[in-house]
Design a protein around this ligand. Structure first.
Ligand code: PMP
Length: 408
C-alpha cells in the first residue's frame, strides 16, 4: 500500500546516506527491534514505516510537548506559513516571541534565536567569551551539550585544539568544579544541565548546594553561569529549571520542546550581557524563519495557560507508580530516576543494560516506544488513558522478560 517498508527504506538509505543513518537517531544504536523510519504522529502516538502504532514515551527525543500535530500549534504555524516563512528579515513574530520569553523567564532580559540546541549552547559560550575576554568552558564530565567540535562526545573529525578549552568537573561535586576553575584559570563560562541526564546512566537531580555553589563560584571568578536547559526546558518549570532553587543563570540555552517539534532554539540572558551578545557575528540562513517562531509562541502560550509542567507531572507520576507496581509484581528490582516527566527506568544488577534492552524491545512489540539507554519524555497529550495504554504494554513486557529469565 505504502510502497515502502522499514527494511526497504534501510536498504535504499544504505546506498545514499552514510551508514544508512547517523547520529543519535541511528536505530542501530537502540537495539535490533527498533524501527528506523516513522511516518506519522498524532497526540501521544507515533506510527513507524511498517504502519505499527506506538504510545510514544520518547516524544521525538524531547521536542514534542503538547502532542504531535497539536491543533493550536499547527494552526499558528500554518497561518504564518501562508504569509511566508523564510523572508528577507524576521517577521513581527520574532519580537513577540522575544517579549514572551522576557516576560516569562526571570533571568531573561533579551533573547537571540537559532535552530538547534547546539547553536544555543555554542552561542551562549560565545557571548560569555565576548563578555569576559576569556577562553575556557567548564562542563560536567559526561554531559551532552551538543554536536559541535567543542562539545561533541565523539572526537572523530575534531582537532585537539578545538577541545583544548573545554575543561571537565564532576556533576554534583562542587569541590571538583572549584578545582577545575582553579586549574583552568581562564574561565569564560560554567555550563551545566539542570539535572544529570547522561546516556546509559541513572539520572541524578542537582543538589541545591551544588546549584547555589556553582552560582557563587561563577560570581567569584567572574565567569558566566550558563544553564543548558535544552533537554529539560519547558517540562519542569517554565521560568527556568533552576528557578525552584532560586538560582538564576546569566545565560540559558533553550531548544527541543520550545516549538513542539518545529526547529528553533534560543539563548536568553541578563542585561549585563546584552552588549557582548550584540558584538557576536552569529547567524544562519534559516534562523529567523517565522513559522517556527509562530509555533514556539503558541506552544509556550499553551504550556503557560494549561500549566503544562503540572499536567506532565501528573502523567509522569501515574507512569512511575504503575511501573513500580508492575516491576514488583513480576519480581524485578528496578530504578526509576530523574523527574517524572523526563523519566528513565533501569534494572538493578544490569550493568550491561541487557535486561533493559530486552525489556525495551518487548515494550516496542507491545506498542510502547521508550528507550533502553536514554531518558524518555512525556507531554501534555499523555492523558490518564494514554498512560494506562502504555502501562498495559509495559506490563506485558515485564511478563515476557520474566518468562525469558525464569522465576527468581
Ligand atoms: N544540550 C542538551 C542538554 C541536549 O540534550 C541536547 C540534545 N540532545 C543538546 C544540547 C543539543 O541539541 P541539538 O541536538 O538540538 O543540537
Amino acid at each position: 500500500m505504502t510502497g515502502f517498508s522499514d527494511a526497504s527504506l534501510r536498504e535504499r538509505a544504505a546506498k545514499v546516506v552514510p551508514g544508512g543513518m547517523y547520529g543519535h537517531l541511528n536505530a542501530a544504536l537502540h537495539g535490533d527491534a527498533y524501527p528506523q523510519f516513522f511516518v506519522r504522529g498524532e497526540g501521544a502516538r507515533q506510527w513507524d514505516a511498517d504502519g505499527r502504532e506506538y504510545v510514544d514515551l520518547m516524544c521525538s527525543w524531547g521536542p514534542m510537548i503538547v502532542g504531535h500535530r497539536n491543533p493550536r500549534v499547527e494552526a499558528a504555524a500554518a497561518a504564518q506559513q501562508a504569509l511566508g516563512d523564510c523572508l528577507n528579515g524576521p517577521g513581527p513574530v520574532m519580537v513577540e516571541l522575544a517579549e514572551l520569553l522576557v516576560d516569562l523567564i526571570p533571568s531573561a532580559d533579551w533573547a537571540m534565536f537559532s535552530k538547534n540546541g547546539t547553536d544555543a549552547t555554542t552561542q551562549a559560550l560565545m557571548v560569555a567569551r565576548a563578555a569576559t575576554g576569556r577562553t575556557k568552558a567548564l562542563v560536567a564530565h559526561g554531559a551532552y551539550h551538543g554536536a559541535d567540535p567543542w562539545c561533541t562526545p565523539g572526537l572523530s573529525g575534531t582537532t585537539p585544539n578545538q577541545r583544548a578549552d573545554t575543561v571537565e568537573f564532576t556533576y554534583n561535586d562542587l569541590a571538583s568544579a572549584e578545582a577545575a576553575a582553579e586549574e583552568a584559570g581562564d574561565v569564560a563560562a560554567i555550563l551545566v544541565t539542570p539535572f544529570k541526564h547522561d546516556s546509559f546512566e541513572d539520572q541524578e537531580f542537582a543538589e541545591a548546594d551544588f546549584a547555589r555553589g556553582l552560582r557563587a563560584l561563577a560570581d567569584r571568578i567572574g565567569a558566566a553561569l550558563v544553564i543548558d536547559d535544552v533537554r529539560a526546558g519547558w517540562r519542569l518549570d517554565l521560568r527556568g529549571s533552576w528557578e525552584p532553587f532560586g538560582v538564576r543563570p546569566d545565560l540559558t540555552a533553550w531548544s527541543k520542546a520550545m516549538a513542539n517539534g518545529f526547529p528553533i532554539a534560543a539563548v536568553t540572558g541578563v542585561d549585563a550581557l546584552r552588549g557582548p551578545a550584540q558584538t557576536l557575528y552569529s547567524t544562519g540562513s534559516f534562523w529567523f524563519s517565522a513559522t517556527a517562531m509562530a509555533a514556539a509562541k503558541a506552544t509556550i502560550e499553551i504550556l503557560r495557560e494549561t500549566d503544562g509542567p503540572a499536567l506532565m507531572e501528573r502523567a509522569g507520576t501515574r507512569l512511575r507508580e504503575g511501573l513500580a507496581a508492575q516491576a514488583a509484581s513480576h519480581g524485578f528490582a528496578i530504578k526509576q530516576t530523574g523527574p517524572v516527566s523526563i523519566p528513565w527506568l533501569s534494572f538493578a544488577d544490569d550493568p550491561t543494560l541487557d535486561k533493559g534492552m530486552r525489556w525495551a524491545a518487548a515494550c516496542l512489540s507491545e506498542g510502547v516506544y521508550l528507550h533502553p539507554w536514554h531518558n524518555w519524555f512525556l507531554s501534555t497529550a499523555h492523558t490518564d488513558e494514554e498512560i494506562d495504554r502504555a502501562l498495559l504494554g509495559t506490563d506485558a513486557a515485564f511478563a515476557k522478560l520474566r518468562a525469558a529469565f525464569g522465576a527468581d
